[in-house]
Write a protein that binds this ligand. Structure first.
Ligand code: ADP
Ligand code: MG
Length: 349
């Protein structure tokens, strides 16, 4: 797809830097009044009346993604999601992004068009303005760095440090599916290497593969919490896995926590695929990464406001720091929760 040995594809050098940036970004539409100046000057100019939150993430080929199963359009979309997720985890609204790309001459103009189609779709769906970036060549591979900017009233911004004993621990959506989607894709890649004519049948894995290739950041959760008049006491997004994110909240807030195994939100598709891979679904839910769900704590007095909401699960509560961080299993035993991180689940990496 992006191989420039095909004659019909356009080499990056045929465009020149300015022509290329213009070509890739000309369809972007500005949606926010706070964007005073976007692409085209030495710097963008923004005007926000409330505090600004800023976050950045760098994705490197071979480290964070594998183009043999990650289409470039999906990569563009996901790179935006990863950043917006961090803005939403501050209980803020995302408003602008910058996009920086480095790539080798193995990539064609058509390949970058695909990448930008994903970025544009994400920007449209999530209502953020693409206000600038940088473009440079690389000796090898492709890297994409996105910076996201957001805003929220000062009193609404939620840090990792505000959880208090007796607060409830909540999570949005379901967990573990993106990790098992990756497992399925990695397995198909190995099968393909042995037998390139084999057509993979991914139908029964659609949900899991989508969670890996096309994650959606939870823009709706800060909006929902505002509607319900619930101010979370602490919040974080789940990029590295539930265990390690919970440990971040506990360390930053100087508290402990108990999670309950039977409360963890699991999609039915995950259970059958875990059996197929001979993996324990609770381990996957605790340590699988890239779900981009939000983990947060609320005061017990707010329980009635969130009770029964299909987007949210109460999975545990906060304790004194001295009690440690534990999972209460279905058999009612207490296991210490450790930060495994999802990379360490994968011995080959
Ligand atoms: P400078 O030399 O001042 O850094 P550039 O030529 O790198 O300027 O960029 C020109 C304009 O295009 C700037 O507004 C910059 O933010 C924008 N831009 C550059 N690369 C990208 C990109 N990959 N995506 C979006 N905007 C970009
Ligand atoms: Mg530049």
């Amino acid at each position: 797809m992006f191989n420039n040995t095909e004659d019909s594809k356009t080499k990056l050098s045929e465009f020149g830097e300015f022509g290329l940036i213009d070509h890739l970004t000309k369809h972007f539409v500005i949606q926010h009044n706070s964007t005073l100046k976007s692409i085209g000057d030495d710097a963008a100019v923004l005007e926000h009346k409330n505090p600004i939150v800023v976050t950045t993430d760098l994705l490197v080929e071979g480290i964070h993604f594998d183009l043999s199963y990650m289409p470039l359009k999906h990569l563009g979309y996901k790179a935006v999601m990863v950043n917006l997720s961090d803005v939403y985890a501050m209980n803020a609204e995302a408003t602008q992004i910058t996009v920086s790309i480095s790539c080798s001459n193995r990539f064609t103009v058509e390949a970058l068009e695909e990448l930008y189609a994903g970025i544009q779709l994400a920007a449209q769906n999530y209502k953020v303005d693409v206000i600038g970036g940088d473009t440079t060549s690389a000796v090898k591979g492709i890297s994409i760095s996105i910076t996201a900017i957001g805003t929220a009233p000062k009193e609404k911004i939620t840090y990792r440090s505000g959880a208090k004993p007796n607060d409830l621990v909540l999570v949005s959506g379901d967990l573990g599916s993106a990790f098992m989607g990756l497992k399925v894709l990695e397995r198909e890649k190995e099968v393909f290497k042995v037998n390139p004519n084999n057509q993979p049948d991914l139908e029964k894995y659609t949900y899991l593969v989508e969670r890996q290739l096309k994650p959606e950041a939870r823009k709706d959760i800060p909006e929902l919490l505002e509607q319900l008049e619930v101010l979370p006491t602490a919040m974080i997004d789940i990029s590295d896995g539930l265990s390690s994110e919970l440990i971040h909240i506990c360390k930053n807030s100087s508290v402990g926590a108990n999670l309950f195994e039977d409360k963890l939100p699991i999609d039915p598709a995950l259970i059958s695929v875990c059996e197929e891979f001979e993996l324990d679904s609770t381990t996957v839910v605790l340590n699988g990464g890239e779900d981009y769900e939000l983990l947060f704590t609320i005061n017990q007095n707010d329980y009635d406001k969130i009770k029964g909401n299909p987007n949210l699960s109460v999975i545990g509560h906060i304790t004194e720091a001295s009690e440690g961080i534990h999972l209460v299993t279905r058999a009612n035993t207490k296991l210490p929760i450790q930060a495994m991180g999802w990379n360490s689940m994968d011995k080959e990496k």
